[in-house]
Design a binder for this molecule. Structure first.
Ligand SMILES: [Zn+2]
Length: 286
């Protein structure tokens, strides 16, 4: 009896804590129109692109599951349709967390074959988190008088990255191949990512776009080709510094202790400190 009462109290207390956490967690969404029929929605997690027009709506990435209702509400401020398609730029949870909710609302999820494999490992066969359409090297989506070209880059941020080129809007969504946060990126070496792959992907994107192209990063504000070129230069510099520090078979521990990237004088996020970047770059370049 006493135990039950205590449990009830604990449940109530936990409920209260959860409620206050939920309030503290309130996400501020910001919607930016980058071209006619193309918006970017900033919330928590990867940036979402929204295509709207005569055929309906589709989106690129869907952030976290808990935000799906808010994301749907934001989409409705542009056009009342539920998204026909959801394109995933890669498998990470801050870009695919809403897949199940959107699939159950009727959206078809599109992604690279390797995104399917990784989401299947995580969520199991038959899960609504899995894409219904997958592709290899590239794919085109002709919808809303737009020709969205989904282009796969090998071993960049992960092994399943897609960059989406919007021909008519003259915009590109780069997923996490581009972190526009004024610092070095997360290269997910454990999911098949590599620093060289990120550099090659950015070089290719730069060749495919022009000075007026809107560049949508996976995280951070919308920007342009010039900033992407500066980011490429930073990555190349970081690579040179790392290779220099790794000369003569220096061990990972020694390189991390020497802090070679310190010279770049960058700020690091709490979840991605300099030590972790150094470790991932080392493992990638080794
Ligand atoms: Zn990612």
């Amino acid at each position: 009896m006493i135990k039950l009462a205590r449990n009830s109290f604990a449940a109530i207390a936990f409920g209260l804590i959860n409620t206050s956490n939920a309030q503290a967690d309130t996400v501020e969404f910001k919607l930016q129109e980058v071209a006619k029929g193309l918006h970017v929605l900033f919330g928590q997690g990867g940036n979402i692109a929204i295509s709207s027009g005569s055929d309906g709506v589709y989106i690129v990435d869907d952030q976290f599951a808990k935000l799906s209702e808010q994301i749907k509400a934001k989409i409705k401020t542009i056009q009342p349709n539920a998204p026909e398609f959801v394109i995933n730029t890669h498998h990470h949870g801050d870009h695919t967390g809403g897949n199940e909710n959107f699939a159950q609302a009727g959206s078809h999820v599109i992604a690279h074959h390797n995104v399917y494999k990784r989401l299947e490992q995580k969520h199991g066969d038959g899960s609504d988190y899995l894409p219904t359409l997958t592709f290899g090297s590239d794919m085109k989506l002709h919808f809303n008088q737009e020709h969205a070209h989904l282009w796969h880059y090998h071993h960049a941020h992960t092994d399943g990255d897609a960059v989406i080129f919007f021909d008519r809007a003259n915009a590109v969504h780069m997923g996490d191949i581009y972190f526009n946060l004024g610092s070095l990126p997360f290269v997910d070496v454990d999911s098949g990512g590599s620093l060289d792959g990120v550099i090659k992907a950015i070089q290719d994107v730069i060749m495919k776009i022009d000075d007026k192209t809107t560049v949508i990063p996976g995280h951070g504000p919308v920007t342009d080709k010039q900033n992407l070129q500066d980011y490429l230069a930073l990555l190349q510099k970081a690579k040179t510094i790392m290779l220099d520090a790794m000369k003569n078979n220096t061990s990972l521990e020694e390189v991390v202790a020497a802090r070679p990237l310190q010279i770049l004088n960058l700020n690091y996020a709490n979840w991605l400190p300099e030590e972790r970047v150094t470790t991932l770059f080392y493992r990638s370049l080794k």
